[in-house]
Design a protein. Structure first.
Length: 131
């Protein structure tokens, strides 16, 4: 898997406040979708398959978000996801919401790996290598 993934999206009216500015919490939706698409694209599995075949669930353990500039209604955005560090039990990511090559939001995300019982789990060597 590449250490960089791009997800493209557009700002819809539902993403904005009365002034046409993206509501701050919507950026979390954008970066969540980007992480999901990264898994689909690079692991060739969806979350249900990860759980069913490998008993693996990724959960957000920590999220630190910096808001630099606002996106607006009908902006075309990209979410760039960088894998900073990976271990069998944890992934550290940097996700940037970008408009025209300018970072609007930067999030540092730590994902933990758990099993279907909610206990800490480990990624198999095979899955870890793909990441």
């Amino acid at each position: 898997m590449s250490k960089f993934h791009t997800y493209k999206t557009k700002v819809y009216y539902e993403d904005t406040d009365a002034g046409g500015i993206v509501y701050y919490a919507r950026y979390l939706h954008f970066i969540e979708r980007a992480r999901t698409e990264m898994i689909y694209d690079h692991l060739g599995l969806n979350h249900s398959q990860l759980n069913r075949k490998f008993n693996v669930i990724f959960v957000v353990r920590e999220c630190n978000v910096k808001y630099l500039k606002s996106a607006k209604f009908e902006d075309n955005l990209e979410v760039h996801t960088h894998i900073l560090n990976k271990t069998p039990v944890r992934l550290n990511l940097k996700q940037e919401v970008v408009r025209d090559n300018e970072a609007l939001v930067i999030a540092e995300i730590e994902l933990a790996v758990i099993d279907s019982n909610g206990s800490i789990s480990r990624l198999s060597k095979k899955l870890l290598e793909k990441i």
